[in-house]
Design a protein around this ligand. Structure first.
Ligand code: URP
Ligand code: ZN
Ligand code: ZN
Length: 523
């Protein structure tokens, strides 16, 4: 092939979820061809120097909402800017949501979202489909999507009453269909009925600001729905994926369910791992509103560390961001009523750095980052190694697992994605563990005018992104070499083994047989 289709990453340490090795990587036509030392590489191949750096699978963000029409407006990060920002931060694939109103055909919604995304995406992407209503038509459209359109995951809502919410009986039907189709059921777990009443109660108490958002949907509103979602799924032997795990209580419910043998996965997001709900009480309205998302961030500042521990030990599986961003003027739709503040925060660009910082480097909660800045200055002055403050919750391999590999496994695109190995897609990042950057809305690549991680100093920076075998971003001169449409839709097959092997083996337990007995003969 032409030399511009070849790439040779030299001198780095290749980090996969299972192990790390000092090795070079040779890429041809978008695919990884060889991994090893002293590779025989054709002349004229472009060399990417990775000495002193980590060569890792590009991140997979399991949860984004680019340009989502939501709460009377559209998310400002569209499929172009959003995926460009993803690339800058070291994410090479997003899984976004097709999320339309009740009554809209799922196929039409799918086509509409493909029409938005295909010409704009700068990295590979896929879709989960939201099921916001139930009917025989929805049932057959789910089958069409699973069989012919590359969709193996469907998201349902227990919140957003009258908008997206399904009741338990509808959820039962949707799960049943997911199980028959070999799809993964995903859940937004919050009790929508209680939220609606509690919103009214808070407004009647005169609480109209963003703190009202947190007050009307506390942890147990999330934990109750999480347990209910898992219980119903378990009746049907349907695998369950809880999206945006925001609280310790909800995470505990997932941990218990896994201990009891349920096939359930939990997804914390950059926001729940990197900041907390004390921000809702911030005196600046814009700052507080900037953190409004559902379920809310939790006021308990030990939440990020707790979720990170569960992610580190395997109780939680994947990490997304729920990237769904709104500018100040859009958040202001709810300036007099927190219930009207468009829900959503950023994360797609910063997820990798935030998880590296909180999971690998920094020990105490992030709100102490100023203290850490101070410590790292002292460390520099004393000439100690820059990483003297490592928390060790996760090592580099676990980092790769929770930011990329596990997502590829759960959503059935492994080993095409999520690993650096011959035959896999060449979606690779070159990670500089020694570099630092300070997150700020002033310098981020997202369209939104706010960043929930503002001021966070991250030790661990993506220095180069390779997508589909091409260098698409170089941090040194902040250079992008990518156009909208360069990314491709990645179809995903149903009956993913990682999810369904256990489900299929349990089938007998879920189809019990009756006891043969003589009919009752007495009066
Ligand atoms: O606040 C959020 N999470 N906005 C996006 C929609 C959703 O529920 O994921
Ligand atoms: Zn949600
Ligand atoms: Zn979401």
């Amino acid at each position: 092939g032409a030399s511009h289709n070849r790439l040779h990453i030299k001198g780095g340490r290749v980090v996969n979820a299972d192990c790390s090795v000092d090795a070079d990587v040779y890429i041809e036509n978008g695919l990884i061809v060889k991994v090893g030392k002293n590779l025989d590489v054709p002349g004229g191949t472009r060399v990417v120097d990775a000495s002193g750096k980590l060569v890792m699978p590009g991140g997979i963000d399991t949860h984004t909402h680019m340009q989502l029409p939501f709460m009377g407006t559209f998310a400002v990060d569209d499929f172009y800017v959003g995926t460009k920002a993803a690339i800058a931060g070291g994410t090479t694939m997003i899984i976004d949501f097709v999320l339309d109103q009740k009554g809209v055909s799922l196929i039409e919604a799918y086509d509409k979202w493909r029409g938005w995304a295909d010409p704009k995406v700068c990295c590979d992407y896929s879709f989960h489909i939201a099921v916001t209503w139930w009917s025989p038509q929805v049932k057959s459209e789910m089958a069409e999507l699973a069989k012919n359109r590359g969709i193996n995951s469907f998201k349902m809502f227990m919140a957003y009453k009258d908008v997206f919410m399904l009741d338990d009986s509808e959820l039962y039907e949707v799960y049943k269909n997911c199980r028959e189709l070999g799809a993964l059921a995903m859940m937004h777990a919050e009790n929508g009925h209680v939220i609606q009443h509690e919103q009214e109660r808070m407004l009647n108490l005169g609480i109209t600001g963003p703190e009202g958002h947190a007050l009307c949907r506390p942890e147990d509103v999330e934990a109750e729905a999480t347990g209910r979602a898992i219980m119903i799924a378990n009746r049907l032997n349907c695998p369950m994926y809880i999206v945006h795990v925001m609280s310790k209580s909800s995470a505990d419910v997932i941990v218990q369910a896994r201990k009891q043998g349920n096939v359930v996965f939990g997804e914390p997001i950059a926001a729940s791992l990197g900041t907390d709900g004390t921000n809702y009480w911030h005196k600046c309205w814009r700052h507080a509103a900037g953190h409004v998302m559902g379920p809310p961030l939790r006021p308990d500042p030990t939440t990020p560390g707790y979720l990170m521990d569960l992610l580190a030990n395997g109780d939680l599986e994947c990490t997304g961001t729920d990237n769904c961003t709104f500018n100040a003027s859009q958040k202001a739709l709810g300036k007099d009523n927190f219930a009207k503040i468009p829900n959503g925060v950023n994360g797609v660009e910063d997820r990798m750095s935030v998880i590296w910082e909180v999971g690998v480097i920094c020990n105490p909660p992030i709100y102490l980052h100023l203290y850490y800045q101070y410590i790292s200055i002292c460390i520099k002055l004393l000439n100690l190694p820059a990483r003297g403050v490592a928390s060790g919750k996760m090592d580099e391999n676990r980092f790769v697992a929770v930011t990329s590999t596990n997502a590829a496994k759960v959503f059935n695109i492994y080993p095409q994605k999520g690993v650096i190995a011959p035959g896999s897609d060449a979606d690779i990042i070159i990670w500089d563990a020694e570099a630092t950057r300070t997150i700020s809305a002033k310098t981020h690549h997202q369209a939104v005018d706010f960043n929930i991680f503002e001021g966070l100093v991250c030790h661990g920076v993506n220095s180069c992104t390779i997508s589909r075998g091409k260098v698409v971003y170089e941090a040194e001169d902040n250079k992008f070499t990518v156009s909208g449409g360069d990314g491709k839709f990645v179809p995903r097959k149903p009956f993913c083994k990682y999810v369904y092997n256990r489900i299929n083996k349990r089938k007998e337990n879920y189809d019990p047989s009756k006891v043969e007995r003589e009919p009752f003969q007495g009066d």
